[in-house]
Design a protein around this ligand. Structure first.
Ligand code: FES
Length: 622
């Protein structure tokens, strides 16, 4: 059977294969927050013609059904079909995302007084050529010379099997490359080893993958690239991916998806700068614990099951050929160490990028992305926890939610008199959905204009046609469109309040556990792609961020890539990362009895205890 698209493209579809599966097989990826389980409603497509069997309509409204809208993951062709995919359902993985080099990372490295010392070290060696009198083997000859300079290495078979020819080719005068952490010989190179050597720093985020190409001789960032993590075709959040990893070929599929993303960024970058893959001699990856497991193809199943144990937190330095990354075959690959199942290398990177572990001031680090992680502490101690905020702020579980890409409403202002919204859209075109910062704005503005009460309930009897009864109960129309309005429903608002409450409850409980109060926090670092756009004032009024003087907040951008960069360039920073990881005490909040109390108190706008929000109290005149 065939599926034809409005642009004339035709794909085949097998009997018993869902539209979602058939599209995926043909490299057409739909937003699939729930991984194809029929619960998120994101994979909606419009059947223009043909017979289709629909197993489950999920939450599709009657109007949508009448228009031919179905969930692709729940629909099966019964003959040839003609199908249209709405723009908001199409997942444009592989698209390059603009990334900025926000901070001078080399300055950060210098502030640590760290020397450039990549994973591969080099030493020039000159050996006396063998004679009949000095006839020890090549390997013993090399060991004897290295002994004299106090260097003791191990010699893998790969190295030894090529050394005889190379020693003679370079006339016993050569450069020896070895891996510093494992003290393992890597290769024999010409005496004047080429100066050009490069490394790759990677941030494997649940939503995006960012790659920096770095000149290892001077720390210069040669180029940057970013793309969506194409694992998203198997689900938005780490839990859905873990579930997928345990089904059939799920784990190799997930691994292949992210490795392909990284290679697809590296290859054009190296070509652009005329760099041979063999000149890229090391790589550092920084990601949450699940992402790091999936990158290495390690079973993440036990991360999800009590008592939540990962296979590894501190990963051995494996080789590029073990990872599938297309650079120098034997290049070492360092993984920034993780702390626990839900606090990974990305958070360790965050700590070393903020330097909060070197200062006396008490700081709070928040990484708000697909997952929410928090760290509190200073140079003497660090406590960390993960908040199960869910993927709301990335668009998951929100009727018209989407990620912060073109077409997303990123900010909302509501006129206090007319209750009419004024919106700003990323890319300035027609809006197709609303992203995290837009949601925070919208909720806060709705609250300040009296459209919702402190519990987040929409007030029905206001004099505006923006509030109406929808399929899921009351909703506020953020944008009117003859085809498809963009709304925030009562259910969306409840989900968002639950997400912000989880974040705030995490901060609040972690503080209580260490015997601190909010006013003792001298600095709040906010990281994550999402953290770039957030309006602090509105996030405080909503009760997601603590109500402390605004000048204490500092946006850090992507600290995961910053940590990967630091570890790529310096042995001292790799040690620093390992020390930070071992210094961090992880607290599993969900098992704390008082977590529920904290969470329930935070289920208000901004909070049931207004004393915790003194400045908001003033704004509200309460
Ligand atoms: Fe189809 Fe979620 S409903 S992917």
């Amino acid at each position: 059977m065939k599926v034809t698209f409005p642009d004339g493209k035709v794909i085949d579809i097998a009997e018993g294969e869902s539209l979602y599966e058939a599209f995926k097989r043909n490299n057409i990826y739909l937003t699939a927050s729930c991984g194809g389980k029929g619960t998120c409603g994101k994979c909606r497509v419009k059947v223009l013609d043909g017979e289709i069997r629909v197993e489950n309509y999920g939450k599709l409204s009657q109007t949508e059904r009448d228009e031919g809208i179905v969930l692709a993951c729940q629909s099966y062709a019964e003959g040839d079909l003609s199908v249209e995919i709405p723009m908001e359902a199409l997942l444009t993985v592989g698209d390059k995302i603009a990334v900025s080099r926000s901070r001078d990372l080399f300055e950060l490295l210098k502030s640590y007084k760290a020397e450039i010392s990549p994973l591969i070290s080099r030493v020039r060696v000159q050996l006396p050529p063998p004679t009949l009198d000095d006839n020890i083997s090549d390997l013993e000859r090399l060991k004897r010379a290295l002994d004299e300079i106090g260097l003791t290495l191990s010699y893998p078979k790969e190295f030894v099997s090529t050394m005889a020819d190379k020693l003679r080719r370079y006339n016993w005068d050569f450069t020896l490359c070895y891996q510093k952490d494992s003290m393992e010989a890597i290769s024999i190179e010409p005496p004047e080893a080429e100066d050009s050597r490069y490394g790759i720093a990677v941030d494997i985020g649940t939503t995006t993958v960012v790659v920096y190409l770095v000149d290892l001789s001077d720390g210069r960032v040669v180029d940057v690239g970013s793309t969506y993590n194409s694992q998203m075709r198997y689900g938005d959040d780490v839990i859905t991916r873990i579930v997928h990893a345990t089904e059939g070929k799920g784990l190799p599929d997930l691994r292949k998806a992210v490795v392909t993303d990284i290679n697809d960024l590296i290859v054009p970058m190296t070509e652009k700068h005329s760099i041979r893959p063999s000149e890229i001699e090391s790589i550092v990856v920084s990601g949450n614990t699940t992402m790091t497991h999936l990158f290495w193809g390690l079973n993440p199943a036990y991360i999800r099951e009590e008592p939540y144990i990962p296979t590894a937190n501190l990963f051995p330095v494996w080789k590029a050929y073990d990872s599938g990354i297309k650079i120098r075959r034997d290049a070492p690959v360092y993984s920034v160490p993780c702390v626990a199942s839900y606090v990974g290398g990305d958070i360790v990177s965050g700590v070393i990028a903020t330097k909060m572990h070197t200062k006396e001031e008490i700081a709070l680090f928040m990484d708000i992305g697909t997952n929410g992680e928090i760290v509190i502490g200073n140079r003497d101690w660090l406590m960390t926890a993960a908040c199960s905020a869910g993927p709301c702020f990335e668009g998951g579980g929100i009727k018209n939610g989407m990620r912060a890409t073109n077409g997303a409403i990123e900010s909302v202002k509501i006129d206090r008199e007319t209750l009419e919204p004024e919106i700003k859209v990323i890319g300035e075109g027609q809006p197709v959905g609303i992203c995290g910062s837009g949601m925070i704005d919208a909720i806060t503005e709705m609250f300040l204009s009296g459209i919702i009460d402190q519990k987040g309930r929409i007030v029905a009897d206001l004099n505006t046609d923006r509030i109406r009864e929808g399929e899921d109960g009351l909703e506020y129309v953020v944008y009117r469109d003859s085809g498809r309005d963009i709304v925030l429903t009562q259910v969306d608002i409840e989900n968002l309040i639950r997400a912000k409450a989880a974040i705030y409850a995490g901060v609040s409980l972690l503080l209580k556990e260490v015997g601190f109060s909010l006013d003792m926090i001298e600095r709040v670092y906010i990281a994550g792609g999402f953290g770039n756009y957030i309006d602090v004032e509105k996030a405080v009024i909503m009760g997601m961020l603590p109500d402390i003087p605004r000048e204490r907040f500092q946006f850090m951008g992507n600290t995961s890539i910053a940590g990967a960069y630091l570890c790529l360039l310096s042995e001292q920073m790799r040690q620093e990362a390992e020390q930070v990881a071992s210094m961090m005490t992880y607290m599993e909040l969900s098992v704390k009895g008082s977590y529920m109390d904290e969470f329930m108190s935070a289920m208000f706008l901004p909070h049931t205890d207004m004393e915790q929000f003194p400045m908001v109290k003033e704004i509200l005149g309460k």
